[in-house]
Design a protein around this ligand. Structure first.
Ligand code: SF4
Length: 291
């Protein structure tokens, strides 16, 4: 059995950056209480490592964030995660004199800035994203006038073509599916302005996945179910390699041992919040099964 890790795997810049920011906050503030508003990045292992540093993840539904922030004391530290935050929450943190550390990925921030710029120019903003994903919720929180196009649903919205429309998207979608949605929208709104904001880390990995050797008969996608780009990689693998065994696991306990033993050439991969260490561990585990 041959087991390989997909080219261009491991953490992306935004994930590394957020982790570094959180650990630096602890180093510089050894005695203060530090919280993260939701998952810092979509990787449960990282959340456990943060806990060991006494950095507490506020793990509640999005609509309870405001209530939770009210419980944080003056001078405690609140870290905003890599996928952004509702800007309305900044007012509350300021009023309560909570020290804020922002770990937003610069690419997600750029996307939010572009939305604000388009809104300021009185354009009708169309946002394509995964329903209820953190990045989508936060983008939509910028204005109630943003038109949401659900990535997983047929486009079902009346567009009045007398307006200037500006289309932007969640950073971690499939670039192929996004192209298709753009084409559909352009048929309805020929003058549509498109900002294609798929993050390059995501796109490069999707392209690597689409170019696997012909003899590959197994693909294992490893990561958190909450990770959008990991889920997109899984969907892409299922669609492109319908003759292969394709599985999504969060850890080695979820591996189907019987199935794996019948395979000859396996590719393991993960989204941008899955570390190289996790993939190496998975690879070693699979190779040992063969001995
Ligand atoms: S996948 Fe891209 S947008 Fe998302 S955190 Fe990583 S670098 Fe940022």
């Amino acid at each position: 059995m041959v087991v390989e890790i997909l080219k261009n795997s491991g953490y992306c810049y935004g994930v590394k950056n957020a982790i570094e920011i959180a650990f630096k906050a602890r180093k510089e503030n050894p005695n203060q209480k530090i919280y993260v508003l939701g998952m810092l990045v979509h990787n449960e292992e990282i959340i456990k490592k943060l806990e060991l540093e006494n950095i507490i993840t506020i793990n509640v539904p999005y609509n309870e964030y405001e209530k939770e922030i009210q419980k944080i004391n003056k001078n405690d530290i609140l870290i905003f995660p890599a996928h952004g935050h509702d800007i309305k929450l900044e007012k509350i943190t300021k009023a309560r004199q909570i020290k804020v550390v922002d770990a937003i990925c610069p690419m997600v921030k750029r996307c939010q800035d572009l939305i604000i710029e388009a809104l300021n120019k009185k354009k009708k903003v169309i946002y394509i994203g995964i329903k209820n994903h953190a990045e989508t919720l936060l983008a939509l929180s910028l204005s109630k006038d943003i038109i949401f196009v659900d990535y997983n649903q047929p486009i079902n919205y009346y567009f009045n073509t007398k307006y200037d429309y500006y289309c932007i998207n969640q950073t971690t979608l499939s670039y192929i599916q996004l192209d298709s949605l753009h084409n559909q929208l352009k048929k309805i709104i020929p003058h549509l302005e498109i900002a294609n904001e798929i993050c390059n880390f995501t796109k490069i990995r999707q392209k690597s996945l689409l170019n696997l050797p012909n003899d590959v008969d197994g693909i294992i996608v490893c990561g958190s179910l909450k990770s959008s780009n990991t889920t997109r990689l899984f969907e892409l693998a299922k669609k492109r390699y319908s003759n292969c065994y394709v599985s999504f696991v969060s850890n080695t306990d979820e591996i189907d041992l019987l199935k794996i033993k019948s395979l000859q050439h396996i590719i393991v991969l993960g989204g941008t919040s899955t570390s190289m260490e996790q993939l190496e561990e998975l690879k070693e585990y699979l190779l040992k099964l063969n001995n």
